[in-house]
Design a protein around this ligand. Structure first.
Ligand code: PMM
Length: 332
């Protein structure tokens, strides 16, 4: 599947049209900060489980440079059980409403159409569906009706079974083909191409090495012409990469520097957005990638840190805010 007006080069030119204008004009890869309102996420389990704590955390991530906030109420950690829909609604809606009313661009991380619709009513501008519409047949219609941007992630099954579904020939070709099927279903339901973002679904039915080809060959997915979101933050494959000499995986909070490195490489490869728990490192990384690319294209300066937040750029030796608590969160 290729979008008819796909770009010839691997740069983030395609952006989902329904998003606020300032997110279109950033001229760089966007950073989505994760606000998990769950008691049990692998990466950040329970830290922001009350609405007040979740809202405060979201505001902190905005201050660190997040362009979007992804609010989720159901853990997708391997083996996790499903959350009743009423619990999911009760967790995410007050947080979405509070953050949207403060001007944040809010995404809802859900596989349920009823949650997506309610979240959009409360101000969400993007639906982030890790199942790409497979978990709920009503999701494509909800996306078509609301007209919001929609992330269709590559997915093969819920968290309690996904590790058994890691069966690929050429993982990149297989993921692209399965995402093409999702796009066909979305189109058939009336979803416009300009609403759609694709995501290779790192860690989902991919517990190990199959994540790396998806990153290394990201330009192939980008070349299909849809904006691409990459969610590598704190995932298990990074824990394995950074394992101690005795083979013990690095814990989630020790994976943030590797996450920022992936952000820089994904941005250079043309990713539209990265989804991360620790925002400051990735906010810097996307600016490095943009300046690098702009210089290569003949421009002297890429967009600075002040471009989206309306503040003056920090002096060279100014300290950027540090997330003191950033050491106990994800791992799909
Ligand atoms: N990963 C998690 C949750 N939501 N959404 C998208 N689009 N892509 C991802 O890779 C993704 C996601 C994993 O959950 P976590 O927040 O507990 O790490």
């Amino acid at each position: 599947m290729t979008r008819p007006d796909a770009p010839a080069t691997a740069v983030p030119q395609r952006r989902p049209a329904p998003l606020p204008a300032h997110l279109h004009d950033a001229g760089r890869t966007l950073v989505m900060g994760v606000v998990n309102v769950t008691p049990d996420s692998f990466s950040d389990g329970g830290r922001w489980f009350t609405p007040n704590a979740a809202v405060a955390h979201g505001l902190e991530l905005l201050d660190q440079g997040a362009d979007l906030l992804d609010v989720g109420g159901e853990s997708t950690r391997p083996g996790a059980r499903r959350v009743p829909v009423d619990d999911e609604l009760a967790r995410v809606l007050p947080v979405i409403e509070a953050l949207a009313s403060r001007g944040a661009a809010v995404s809802v991380d859900t596989t349920r159409a009823v949650v997506a619709r309610a979240a959009v009513e409360r101000g969400a501008v993007l639906v982030n569906d890790v199942s790409g519409g497979l978990a709920d047949d009503d999701m494509p219609a909800a996306v078509a009706e609301t007209g919001v941007a929609y992330v269709a992630m590559h997915w093969r099954g819920h968290a309690d079974v996904m590790d058994d579904l890691d069966d690929y020939g050429d993982v990149v070709a297989d993921v692209r083909a399965e995402l093409a099927q999702r796009v066909a279903t979305l189109r058939a339901a009336g979803v416009a191409d300009h609403q759609v973002v694709l995501d290779p679904g790192l860690g989902f039915a991919k517990p190990g090495a199959s994540n790396w080809p998806l990153l290394a060959r990201l330009p192939e997915l980008v070349a299909d012409g849809f904006p691409v979101l990459v969610g590598a933050s704190r995932k298990r494959f990074l824990g394995h990469l950074l394992a101690r000499p005795d083979g013990t995986p690095a814990p989630p909070l020790a994976r943030d520097r590797a996450t920022a490195a992936i952000t820089a490489l994904a941005a250079a490869a043309g990713a539209w957005c990265v989804r991360v728990h620790e925002v400051a490192g990735s906010a810097d990384a996307v600016r490095v990638a943009a300046a690098w690319r702009a210089a290569g294209a003949g421009a002297a300066d890429g967009p600075g840190r002040a471009d989206l937040r309306g503040t003056t750029p920090p002096e060279a030796d100014d300290e950027l805010p540090v997330d003191e608590d950033a050491s106990m969160r994800s791992s799909t």
